[in-house]
Write a protein that binds this ligand. Structure first.
Ligand code: XCC
Length: 669
């Protein structure tokens, strides 16, 4: 990396490729972010586009009191309507993905899709139990069919409650009922939100935002949770697995096939068909030694968690991956796929393949995912990748660095690893929090963003939080940001964690950052928080826990939906960047003070990373005080361990190398 070049990504390998790209005049999102400044009116939510009398830009010194759209809409109405539409879009994305998963489960159960089977019957029975579906003594596929059909009803449910609302602690459910935010059907909430935000309907900001929370809850306890559970049922509930991350995952002598997007379905088929003898022979016939499958964004997280498939990283790494010159085919499904990848790919040999009937990109090859015959689609894509291997040239930035990681922490596994096989439990975690060994828990999630040195705020917060004895659970591109820099290994606890957290990580044998999966797997955090509440000794609802959610580099509307479902569930949430409701003090106050009063959750926007850290620690310490837990004292649990440090360091490193599967030293620091 050269000294005088501007830092655009905090990922060391990413920055190298960016610089290579600049030298070769290849434009990326980093260049476009620099050229295209955000519109200051739209950025803070003050531009109304819901009818064609406008767009009305409600700006000026006294906009809050005086500005009106042509119809008379106030700034707070406009800002909250815009925000609600972000929630609706985010909820739609997760939930449409989830609907596809429910349909796949149904097709597998009825035999229309024969390429997949129910992999985790135990999880199927657990889910059936929650849904009050009889499972004992019944054929597995009959149970699966009932589960799929019950889930599908949750999308179109007109009245009553979403099935999974009852999974939340009772007190959490009571709060939802008290304030009228218990979600009905997922589609119904999204449609009502779109209706209420159309011109001339709902104009009261608090009333609007209340519907926003109801929609977001339909996302969290509906779309996301359903998707997570069905993926586990079909493809297996994750347990810790080693993998690798960054651009060095690509292999010189093998076909590099990359899966990108969000849905696990076709990617699972690609992983399976890609490891078949037949396909290996085909690759060899094209001059390659094998087939190397890698991932990007959340499809990567799905196959990483279950198969140890390596990841090239998160959102801002997608163009850079192509610029290595190593990818023979990149297949994409839905969400977070930059249309720019086909432009970048023109300069290399990489074939871009769109696969979803919902998503096409100009300049890409479209091979549509046949949901009844996924292996057939996978075969076609893999053959195309193999055929393209011979076209690979020397052009590209050819990065070789990669980092080891351990991912695959489901709530089921966390409970098992804390309590053991016969007494799986959250007791040890709650005890560690009560005693102050662990100060609190932060869910660090969300995108990486080219408007800041990408992944940089994730890296800063991870280091500071674990130093402060805060356990981190991470998902999505937040996990990828940690993975590519070598942070997702147990050694991280020894090197950087505070002494209390370190003791717990050493005792249990876990890294201080637990990679829980894709964006939809934020639902695993809801389950973890629920389990902590049910275990006792902390709060008896999700609200009031020494826990905070942070999305420091968010960019997607999906992140907004996620932030809101955590706030409505009782978690204070802090997002980075400029506030999309920043134009209205009234809306900002509702989302912080009013939501805190009602739900003990809030959604803040704070661009300064140091302030994000301070706010998070304040929330955690405040919750500890309210719960009358022992005051957190930095260093309290570490003093007697200083002399043992060297020995422990040697032991754990040895264990990680041998026991967890021969993890290599990170080369990417
Ligand atoms: Fe997309 Fe899930 Fe954001 Fe990453 S983290 S940029 S939403 S891929 Ni969800």
């Amino acid at each position: 990396m050269s000294e005088n070049k501007p830092i655009k990504s905090a990922g060391t390998s990413a920055q190298e490729i960016i610089e290579w790209g600049m030298a070769h005049e290849i434009e990326t999102c980093f260049d476009r972010a620099e050229k295209l400044k955000p519109c200051p009116i739209g950025e803070t939510g003050a531009c109304c586009r819901v009818c064609h009398m406008g767009p009305c830009r409600l700006v000026g010194k006294n906009a809050e009191e005086e500005a009106r759209g042509v119809c008379g809409a106030t700034l707070s109405t406009v800002v909250s309507r815009n925000f609600l539409r972000m929630i609706a879009a985010g909820t739609s994305a997760h939930s449409d993905h989830s609907r596809d998963m429910a349909n796949t489960l149904l097709h597998v159960a009825t035999g229309q899709t024969k390429d997949f089977q129910i992999k985790d019957v135990k999880k199927l029975y657990k889910v059936a139990g929650i849904l009050e579906i009889e499972f004992e003594g019944r054929p597995v596929n009959d149970v699966a069919k009932d589960v799929a059909e019950t889930f599908l009803q949750d999308f179109g449910r007109q009245n009553g409650e979403l099935n999974y609302c009852k999974r939340a602690p009772e007190k959490t459910q009571e709060r939802w009922k008290k304030y009228g935010i218990t979600p009905r059907g997922i589609d119904r909430e999204v449609v009502e939100t779109m209706h209420r935000t159309a011109v001339g309907v709902d104009h009261d900001p608090d009333h609007l935002l209340t519907q926003g929370l109801r929609t977001a809850l339909a996302d969290g306890w509906g779309g996301c949770m359903i998707s997570t559970d069905i993926s586990d049922i079909l493809f297996g509930t994750p347990s810790p697995i080693k993998a690798e991350a960054s651009f060095g995952i690509f292999k010189e002598d093998e076909v590099n096939m990359v899966v990108h997007g969000h849905e696990p379905t076709l990617a699972e088929a690609i992983v399976e068909v890609g490891s078949s003898d037949e396909m290996l022979q085909y690759a060899k016939s094209q001059g390659a030694k094998g087939i190397n499958i890698g991932g990007m964004c959340c499809t990567a997280n799905e196959v990483l968690m279950r198969h140890g498939i390596p990841t090239a990283g998160g959102f801002t790494n997608q163009e850079l991956g192509i610029m290595t010159g190593m990818i023979d085919a990149l297949s994409v499904d839905v969400q977070c796929i930059m249309p720019a990848i086909t432009e970048v790919a023109k300069k290399f040999h990489t074939k871009i393949i769109t696969t979803s009937p919902k998503a096409m990109i100009q300049g890409a090859i479209h091979i549509e995912h046949d949901e009844h015959h996924p292996n057939k689609t996978a075969e076609e894509i893999l053959k195309l990748a193999c055929d393209n291997f011979k076209n690979r040239t020397k052009t590209g930035s050819h990065i070789t660095k990669k980092s080891p990681l351990i991912g695959g922490f489901s709530d089921e596994y966390i409970s098992y690893m804390l309590g053991g096989r016969w007494r799986a439990s959250y007791r040890p975690l709650n005890d560690a929090i009560q005693s102050g060994r662990i100060r609190g828990v932060v869910g660090l999630a969300g995108c990486d963003n080219p408007r800041v040195p990408a992944t940089g705020i994730h890296k800063y917060l991870v280091n500071e939080l674990i130093k402060n004895d805060v356990l981190i659970v991470s998902t999505g591109c937040g996990s990828a940001a940690c993975a590519t820099e070598g942070y997702l290994v147990p050694e991280m606890a020894l090197e950087n964690a505070g002494p209390g957290l370190r003791e717990v990580c050493e005792a249990v044998g876990i890294p201080p950052i637990l990679h829980l999966g894709a964006c939809v797997d934020n639902s695993r955090i809801l389950t973890i928080a629920t389990n902590m509440a049910l275990e006792g000794g902390l709060s008896d609802e999700i609200a009031g826990m020494p826990a905070v959610g942070i999305a420091p580099e968010w960019m997607s509307e999906k992140a907004i939906a996620i932030g809101c479902y955590f706030a409505a569930s009782g978690v204070p949430v802090i997002f980075g960047g400029e506030s999309p409701v920043g134009a209205s003090k009234e809306v900002t106050k509702i989302m912080t003070e009013v939501w805190m009063e009602r739900y003990m959750g809030a959604l803040h926007f704070e661009p300064d990373p140091e302030k994000i850290l301070a706010m998070a620690l304040d929330y955690i310490d405040g919750a500890r005080e309210s719960l009358k837990l022992r005051k957190y004292e930095p260093g309290k649990f570490g003093a007697e361990r200083v002399l043992m440090d060297m020995a422990a360091r040697r032991e754990i490193k040895g264990a990680a190398h041998a026991g967890v599967g021969g993890i290599n030293e990170s080369e990417d620091k």
